[in-house]
Design a protein around this ligand. Structure first.
Ligand code: HPA
Length: 249
């Protein structure tokens, strides 16, 4: 089954991806974040898209064309999406450096194009989103992490905020009371759009900072970059293990 990998902050390129083609796809919703790279990684074919774009000027989370990205991946025949998100830790166990495979979402974003349903499709897209991540794909990612000995945490509620600013300490207290373990800016509407197109979707979150008011370190992009560098290596090991266990792609 053809796999699409969506990279986030820190994952502008997938080290070790042998690019064989680059696809500039036009969609009814406009341009995706970048031309999608088709390549071979760990001996398997995949499509790679960096959601913040491949240019020098990253597309901020609230301006990503999530609809075009998901549509373009489907145009290329992608049948499963494995997404990476850099996030803040709300739960005190989810400290910087942890890889977490979330099982639930709370969407706090607003003003984004949340649906392919523009009223002209002749069907209402009331998709079931009880479990926002595909359970089979999630368990395959978890099994790969266990098999490859990649340290990870299984299960978390990811709150998705509009950004691009970070939160106040009071907002984080509220998100914790809501049940959020992690906070990020890009998990939605991506997951819901994939569901609308019936593409199984699961995510791996890289915790890069303690959420506002949670840690004793001030927020620092330098520290975040260094954490991301280490996590991206482990993420690469996880993707490798995941792909090696796949057959027929
Ligand atoms: N808040 C929201 N989004 C984020 C954070 C955060 O602390 N860290 C990385 N993405």
């Amino acid at each position: 089954m053809s796999l699409g990998l969506i990279g986030g902050t820190g994952l502008t390129r997938l080290a070790g991806l042998e690019v064989v083609a680059s696809h500039a796809v036009d969609t009814p919703y406009g341009q995706p974040s970048m031309a999608i790279e088709e390549g071979v990684f760990a001996g398997r074919k995949l499509f790679f898209l960096h959601r913040h774009g491949g240019g020098a000027q990253p597309i901020p989370p609230h301006l990503v064309n999530y609809r075009a990205n998901i549509w373009a991946l489907r145009e290329l025949g992608v049948e499963r999406i494995f997404a990476a998100n850099a996030v803040g830790g709300v739960n005190s166990q989810m400290i910087p450096g942890k890889l977490v495979i979330p099982h639930q979402l709370i969407d706090y974003t607003w003003g984004r194009e949340h649906s392919f349903d523009d009223g002209s499709r002749g069907e209402l897209l009331h998709v079931d989103f009880t479990r926002p991540y595909d359970e089979t794909l999630r368990s395959e990612i978890l099994s790969a992490a266990v098999a490859a000995d990649v340290p990870h945490l299984d299960g978390a509620v990811l709150g998705v905020v509009q950004g691009p600013r970070l939160e106040t300490a009071a907002e984080i207290t509220r998100f914790a009371q809501d049940g959020c373990d992690l906070i990020g800016m890009t998990g939605m509407p991506e997951a819901a759009l994939a569901r609308e197109l019936h593409i199984p979707y699961a995510a791996v979150c890289m915790v890069v900072n303690a959420a506002a008011g949670m840690g004793d370190q001030p927020f620092s992009m330098d520290v975040i970059r260094e954490t991301l560098r280490r996590e991206t290596e482990r993420f690469g090991a996880l993707v490798t293990a995941f792909l090696r266990r796949q057959t027929g792609i």
